[in-house]
Design a protein around this ligand. Structure first.
Ligand code: ADP
Ligand code: MG
Length: 583
């Protein structure tokens, strides 16, 4: 084959592929442009997960009407002139590629007005060809509408995921930028419904953004990273970290920014995780939103067209700064479970106090509960470092009452017990279920008539592999063609529930790493069933019910942890209480 130069059109589509991978990449690039333009109000609208339409409007500086077309030429940018400028990049964009790339693979309408112009410009482009050019009235700022993404690249279009998935990617980008720029008000609208809005109250109002992103409880619980004498250093670390009680199953809640740019950096994530060393149960990850600021010449952001990777001149120094700032903040500020909190008021030098506090933290065995993250449900567990409790069996306890419709307060010869009702009940059900299975008399309940249940492909595949184990726990079902199972009976514990949800839950637990390795399947299924069947936090319990729960818990062999391995209770010993009260 002879060598030919690619046509402009093909070349630009290839180049576009690096910048525009999916609708969310368009949102990212356009939002970055709005931020670079100094916008204070950025509105994002998407239809069909962004496949049909994406519109980003801002009140930024706008583009002079005379330059509007130029903005769509590849390598045209107002942010960089010489290669030397690359060394000090302070804007999010600089490659002059985004608009050209987007226009190469979609239909774009660009309306802009700079504050100096009396009228704005409107451009319509289709696969980079300008089809309309006219004057347009609008307040200063820019609105870019991107329709029919990849209309001219069917191969790309085919690779887009479901609307829901694409929407989720858009949500992620928008919330990231909302966190990075708390002074900007971001609004996100999907198919006509506003799903997110950040308040845009000011650069120091990140917490208000976190409330919108993660909800009130987390917003209130997160701890602001302390300056830690960084003033002298050129590496600044700011942001918020979750208290150790707020942990999650994966790293997805660690959000990192370097000079206002969201980055994926395994090492920096690790620096944060390490800062929580001994404070989190093993296999759990913290929530953190960390902003690293370094002089622009210390970091290379021009590693990849999507710019979510960076290279530091001194990576180790950045790692140390992040780890130190987070660790310091946690040790100083972390709200710790009841007993340990009082210790902060102890006399003694601050260093002494800190090491004492750390020891006490490692001793505590606080309460916990199921998978959902609800603040206060999963406090510090120094897993790994914690000594096994001397006895796993509970002494006889007297129920005092229910606290916050979530915990049972009880006392025993050895002090006070705060018991998480959900976690405790899960434990009770779990041990009963496995004992019944051993005796081969698992309570199974037949459905009134066999029910065909259509499952997701993943779930159907996973469950089919383990039909036998499922049967031993009370699930009677058989494949019924495609991804459908014909369900005849369920374990009595969940017989009243929607069979599809019960089965999807189990599959989700498998997928989430409650691994269906040989021998573990049974427990994973049992855990999932018990989690569903256990009394929830927020459910009122009568005195007699609490007593029954505590009696049952006393019978358990591992009463102090729930089946997922997290604590069911906080115990405050008589000595601890006496000490706290200075007796
Ligand atoms: P880059 O952001 O790397 O400069 P883009 O292709 O994203 O490249 O944008 C090209 C140019 O268009 C920018 O440098 C800027 O001058 C102008 N521009 C794009 N979007 C906006 C906007 N929302 N407000 C003001 N100017 C914009
Ligand atoms: Mg740009």
């Amino acid at each position: 084959m002879s060598i030919r130069v690619l046509t402009e059109e093909v070349a630009s589509q290839i180049a576009a592929g690096e910048v525009v991978e999916r609708p969310a990449s368009v949102v990212k690039e356009l939002v970055e442009n709005s931020i670079d333009a100094g916008a204070r109000d950025v509105q994002v609208e998407a239809r069909g997960g962004g496949k049909q339409l994406i519109r980003v409007s801002d009140d930024g500086c706008g583009v002079p009407a005379a330059d509007a077309e130029l903005a769509f030429h590849r390598h045209s940018t107002s942010k960089l002139t010489t290669a030397d400028d690359l060394i000090r990049i302070t804007t999010l964009g600089f490659r002059g590629e985004a608009l050209a790339s987007i226009a190469a693979v979609s239909r774009v309408t660009f309306v802009t007005r700079s504050a100096d112009d009396t009228v704005g410009a409107l451009l319509r482009l289709e696969g980079l060809r300008v089809t309309t050019r006219q004057e347009s009235g609008r307040p200063p700022g820019t609105a870019v509408t991107v329709e029919d993404l990849f209309f001219n690249i069917p191969a790309r279009l085919k690779f887009l995921r479901t609307e829901r998935t694409e929407r989720r990617h858009i949500d992620s980008w928008l919330t990231r930028y909302a966190m990075a720029y708390p002074e900007v008000r971001f609004t996100l609208n999907h198919d006509g419904r506003t799903v997110f809005q950040s308040p845009g109250l000011g650069p120091d109002r990140l917490r208000d953004v976190l409330v919108e992103v993660y909800g009130l409880e987390i917003g209130a619980a997160v701890i602001e990273i302390l300056p830690n004498g960084q003033l002298a250093s050129s590496i600044q670390v700011a942001g918020f970290v979750g208290p150790p009680s707020l942990h999650r199953a994966n790293r997805g809640y660690i959000t990192l920014f370097v000079n206002g740019r969201w980055v994926q950096d395994i090492r920096l994530s690790y620096a944060i995780i390490q800062a929580y060393h001994t404070l989190l149960p093993s296999g759990r990850y913290p929530l953190a939103v960390v902003m690293v600021c370094v002089p622009p010449e210390e970091v290379d952001v021009n590693v990849h067209p999507a710019k979510s990777e960076v290279r530091f001149r001194d990576g180790d120094a950045v790692f140390r700064a992040v780890q130190k700032a987070v660790r310091h903040t946690l040790l100083e500020r972390s709200p710790v479970p009841i007993a340990a909190r009082a210790l902060t008021a102890w006399p003694g030098s601050s260093a002494q106090r800190q090491s004492e506090r750390r020891e006490r933290l490692a001793e505590l065995r606080p309460q916990s509960t199921g998978e959902q993250l609800r603040f206060g449900e999963k406090p510090i567990d120094g897993a790994g470092d914690v000594r096994a409790p001397s006895k796993d069996r509970l002494p006889p306890l007297r129920v005092v009452g229910q606290l916050g419709v979530t915990y049972v307060v009880a006392e025993g010869p050895e002090g006070l017990y705060l018991i998480d009702q959900h976690a405790a009940h899960e434990r009770v059900l779990f041990e009963r279920l496995l004992a019944a299975r051993k005796r081969a008399d698992t309570a199974s309940q037949e459905l009134l008539e066999p029910q065909p249940v259509e499952l997701s492909t993943d779930a159907a595949g996973l469950l089919e592999e383990h039909l036998e184990t499922l049967a031993s726990l009370g699930f009677q079902m058989e494949p019924f063609g495609g991804t459908t199972m014909l369900v005849r009976a369920l374990p009595a514990l969940v017989a009243q529930d929607n069979p599809r949800q019960v089965l999807e839950d189990i599959a989700a637990a498998f997928l989430a790493g409650d691994a269906p390795l040989a021998g573990k399947v049974e427990e994973a299924v049992a855990r999932s069933v018990c989690k569903r069947a256990a009394i929830k936090a927020g459910q009122v319990m009568a005195q007699a019910e609490m007593e029954e729960l505590i009696r049952a818990l006393e019978q358990c062999t591992s009463s102090r942890t729930c089946p997922h391995g997290r604590p069911t209770m906080i115990h405050l010993s008589v000595e601890q209480l006496a000490r706290e009260f200075g007796r």
